[in-house]
Design a protein around this ligand. Structure first.
Ligand SMILES: [Zn+2]
Ligand SMILES: [Zn+2]
Length: 176
């Protein structure tokens, strides 16, 4: 006879398995029947280069406006790794660009919040960008760029500009 604790363990396992299946089914319905690994690949590409909208996966034109949102890239189920280390189930979330249509159609599902939509231009490629943030909050560089590639470009430019200024100051010092 299994004891009470054993039965509770099993129940928890069944629940977790049911949850994983339900989430996979919901994800498939949300993404037009695409399997989870394809959604993951497309969303990762969207986060890297903003070539696609991360919700409807239609290609984005270089000057098309986007909204930066957080999306689950992958749901990682609970697992034992290495020597008795239990890793609880978790979601891998990334900031991804979505198109205007997807942003507008996601509106009714969102809870009302104190966030407002800030409008700016991507510091990498200059496309119009919408970011949800508190109005008084300073936006860090990664929220001012539409994708990882643009973030890298603008980081390099910022570094170059900083170094350029410092070089000029040093040159002045040496002259005197
Ligand atoms: Zn879209
Ligand atoms: Zn960009």
């Amino acid at each position: 006879m299994p004891d009470r604790a054993q039965i509770e363990d099993w129940k928890a396992e069944w629940k977790a398995a049911g949850l994983a299946i339900r989430r996979a089914r919901e994800a498939r319905q949300d993404h037009g029947g695409r399997p989870a690994d394809e959604v993951k690949r497309l969303r990762e590409q969207a986060a890297e280069t903003a070539a696609y909208c991360a919700d409807c996966f239609t290609p984005l034109a270089p000057n098309q406006s986007v909204t930066l949102v957080s999306r689950v890239i992958e749901h990682v189920p609970a697992a034992y790794s290495g020597i008795d280390t239990f890793v609880p189930p978790h979601d891998i979330v990334r900031a991804v660009p979505i198109c205007l249509t997807c942003w507008l159609s996601s509106m009714p599902n969102r809870s009302p919040s104190s966030l407002e939509t800030r409008r700016l231009r991507c510091e990498g490629c200059g496309r119009p960008l919408r970011v949800e943030s508190k109005p008084y909050r300073h936006l860090p560089l990664h929220q001012r760029c539409c994708c990882a590639a643009c973030l890298l470009t603008s980081k390099r430019r910022h570094n170059y500009e900083r170094r350029g200024v410092r070089d000029a100051d040093e040159a002045l010092l040496h002259r005197w």
